[in-house]
Design a protein around this ligand. Structure first.
Ligand code: DGJ
Length: 702
């Protein structure tokens, strides 16, 4: 039982360690469903105490609406905060007035139903999944007239009163995704948003808030995340009175959505997680949630893949790919993925997107010869696709110019010479399912890398009339529907989500994909900060990470092969370099590092992550994964002596009284490793730039 009744109209959503208590503070025509408590789990009999205390709060009556406490503050009545629900009714009426109707309760889920006499039914849903409280909203227009929705957030969360508030989040850009930001939460409204039609490189839909006292290992942290892969908005409002509320939902400010009589709208889930044990514990709880409630194949081991992009760019041919496949197989690679350039007239980024058949000049025998060879070499077969896009110079566009987002009489701005297909349209979705499914069947494909390389512009849907703005929702849902259908039809198919690097990484896409590409920046040093930011919410098993060439093609930085490997080994290892140019020594070293990775793969992919000391990419740093009886530590020191690293790295989360043994037979108590630390080799501390080390320990007693 995760939903407990704690009063006449009060309920608690309880997890093992936390409770979220909410219910009806005011009934009648200005009904208010509020949050009373979000903190450590209380004894069941104590849960009602937080409800009884509620009326003691001060309401001035004039200026203190306390809408900040509501689960879904509406635009209407005495509320002046950020509305989570904005509706315009017939005749321009913008005041939403809700009356509580009923609570529909089961053991694991509750829906609180409210109704506006103007015809809107609002369902507030709450469910528990591991340590996470999932919430979403359902709207139905039960009236006689259409309504226009300005904002429909999935829910608002109150961060309990504390002396101070600090937020942690990620922001970035192409090749610079998920850079960690941590700062005091300013009084006012702090908004993170995507207007791109995708999750975006510039921000990611989550926030963590603490009282300013949390560390990696200590302190209470409240996180809110949105499971959605289109445009979104998350606003944290810190009122001068002291309260903080976080409201999040799909869509960005501007577009409005039409709901005809009888129609319904369901929001994506907004997820709330309260943890103790610092940012580290918050991340581990998110990873658990991803494993148990999000990823379709969480406990499957991700294969070591090879991807040809940085080796060949657009210069993709049967012979060249076969040569790369032979070399990849020799290193121990298990999945060979052909990237962009294999289809239509796609010899550069100016043409061919949309024409999804093998380029006859490059693959005169279709893809069969290549993929047969890949299989003979003992590898699985994967293919890059970009199904949401079209180049104007393509047969598809010449045939269906109306399939793209556009407004009649306006420009159709291209980015990377391409336009966006409208996945809100059923014919576009059917077309996509047809050729994608056809490719899987024809070539027995095991893997798609699904790319999406440009943001929306001129996002019109001329045939949709009043409903055109729904495109911002329907496109994402259309992509989800195609992915879901593909998985249903081809249960063995695995999918990687990519969007010009890490533009589409979120809990929505992770429900229907197995891995995500976190960045086009494959420079091992830059990657460290990107991977750190990623790790705050998302698990290592889903983080595709490649070893590419040195100097790195994007940054020209030279980094030793072992360091590049150790960095990529922190996730789902891939190789993306031009293997025809790797020396015999490099190939030999790569072979043994691939083997070393395979030996510890379950620990890294399924283990509990501890980010140990250091500032990734700036100072020496280390990450630790623990799974069953094994512990893997990956330590990195990017600089020689300028920033002297500590001599030891203190491990975390071990059994203090157990004995752990290294491959060399050295033994330590867990407590020693956590308190005194694991000694790092001298060469790690004082040597040239870019030294790295992987240490594997096994618990041998205790
Ligand atoms: C962007 C991706 O992030 C790259 O890995 C590569 O697949 C290119 N697109 C291909 O155009």
């Amino acid at each position: 039982m995760n939903i407990l009744r704690v009063g006449d109209s009060a309920w608690a959503a309880v997890t093992k360690s936390s409770a979220f208590v909410f219910g009806l503070e005011a009934a009648g025509e200005d009904s208010r469903v509020v949050q009373w408590y979000w903190g450590p789990r209380l004894p069941d009999e104590a849960l009602a105490e937080v409800v009884r205390q509620a009326p003691r709060r001060i309401h001035s009556g004039f200026h203190d609406p306390r809408d900040v406490d509501e689960l879904l503050p509406v635009e209407g009545g005495a509320r002046w905060g950020v509305p989570s629900l904005q509706v315009t009714y017939e005749g321009g009426v913008r005041s939403v007035e809700l009356t509580f109707a009923e609570a529909v309760v089961s053991d694991s889920e509750i829906e609180l139903v409210l109704r506006d006499p103007l015809g809107l039914r609002v369902g507030l849903h709450v469910r528990v999944a591991s340590e996470v409280v999932e919430r979403w909203v359902s709207l139905t227009n039960e009236g006689e007239h259409a309504v226009r929705l300005g904002r429909v957030d999935s829910g608002s969360w109150v961060i309990p009163e504390r002396a101070g508030y600090r937020y942690t989040g990620v922001a970035g850009a192409w090749a610079q995704e998920t850079q960690l930001h941590r700062a005091e939460l300013a009084v006012g409204e702090t908004t993170f948003t995507s207007r791109t039609g995708t999750t975006s490189h510039r921000a990611n839909p989550w926030i963590m808030i603490d009282a300013g006292d949390a560390t990696e290992e200590l302190g209470e942290v409240w996180s809110v995340a949105l499971a959605w892969s289109g445009s979104w908005r998350l606003t944290a409002q810190r009122r001068p009175e002291g309260d903080v509320a976080v409201t999040a939902g799909f869509g960005h400010d501007g577009p409005t959505w039409h709901l005809a009589p009888g129609e319904s709208l369901l929001t994506p889930p907004v997820l709330g997680l309260r943890t103790c044990g610092g940012y580290g514990a918050a991340s581990r709880a998110w990873h658990d949630y991803a494993r148990h409630h999000v990823l379709p194949t969480p406990f499957e081991e991700r294969p070591v893949l090879y991807n040809s992009w940085e080796a060949t760019w657009f210069d993709v041919h049967e012979e060249g790919q076969i040569e790369l496949a032979r070399r990849a197989a020799d290193l121990g690679v298990e999945l060979f993925v052909v990237d962009d350039g294999w289809f239509g007239g796609r010899v550069d980024d100016r043409r061919g997107l949309g024409d999804w058949w093998p380029n006859p000049d490059r693959f005169p025998r279709g893809l069969s010869k290549l993929f047969d060879t890949v299989r003979e070499l003992g590898m699985r077969a994967g293919l890059w696709v970009e199904p949401e896009m079209v180049n104007p110079d393509s047969d598809l566009y010449r045939e269906h110019p109306d399939w793209v987002l556009h407004y009649p009489g306006r420009r159709r701005d291209t980015l990377r010479h391409q336009l966006v297909l409208n996945y809100g349209r059923a014919d576009v979705r059917e077309w996509a399912i047809g050729w994608l499914s056809g490719l899987v069947s024809e070539y027995g494909l095991d893997y798609f890398k699904w790319d999406m390389n440009r943001s929306f512009t001129q996002a019109g849907w001329p045939d949709a009339g009043e409903r055109a703005d729904l495109l911002w929702i329907e496109h994402t849902r259309g992509v989800y529907a195609v992915l879901d259908t593909l998985r249903e039809r081809h249960p063995g198919l695995r999918i990687e989500s990519c969007s010009g690097g890490g533009g589409r990484v979120d809990f929505g896409i992770l429900r229907r994909t197995d891995e995500v590409w976190t960045s086009d920046n494959t420079d091992a040093r830059d990657r460290q900060a990107i991977q750190e930011g990623y790790s705050y919410l998302y698990p290592a098993c889903a983080m595709s990470a490649w070893v590419t060439d040195s100097p790195n093609p994007h940054t020209r930085r030279e980094v030793p092969l072992a360091y590049r490997f150790h960095m990529a080994m922190a996730g789902a290892l891939g190789i993306g370099g031009d293997l025809t140019r790797w020396s015999a020594e490099e190939l030999e070293q790569a072979r043994s590092l691939v083997a070393a990775y395979k030996a510890v793969r379950p620990v890294i992919q399924h283990g509990r992550l501890h980010r140990l000391a250091g500032d990734p990419g700036i100072t020496a740093s280390a990450v630790q994964y623990s799974h069953e009886d094994r512990v893997v530590v990956l330590a990195y020191n990017p600089f020689a002596l300028a920033k002297r690293p500590p001599r030891r790295v203190r491990l975390a989360g071990l059994d203090p009284s157990a004995i752990y043994e290294s491959a060399e037979g050295e033994r330590w108590h867990g407590q020693t490793l956590m308190s005194h630390g694991l000694e790092l080799p001298t060469w790690f501390i004082a040597g040239p730039d870019y030294r790295s080390e992987m240490v594997v320990l096994r618990r041998v007693s205790g």
